[in-house]
Design a protein. Sequence first.
Length: 87
Amino acid sequence: MALVTIGMPVRNERRFISQTIEDILNQTFDDFVLLISDNASEDGTYEIVQGYAQKDRRIRIFRHSRNVGSIENFRFVRDLADSPFFM
C-alpha cells in the first residue's frame, strides 16, 4: 500500500492531462498511487491516460461509461483510496 493516494477525477482534459501527469510523476516523493477516474471523456483523454498507466505501475485508471458529474466522479476516486493520506 502506498503512503499517499492522489485522486484525479477528469473529463475532457486532453489539452492538459499529459503535463499534469508528468508533473505528478516527476516529484521526488514517489510513495504514492495515482488514481485517475475518467468521467466518460470524448476527446481522447482516456487513451492518453492509458498510455501513462502502461508505463508506470503507480497509475490506476477507471472509466465511467456515462457522465456521472464532477462531484460523483470525485467521490468515486476518493472512495477508492486506501492509503493513510489522500489528496
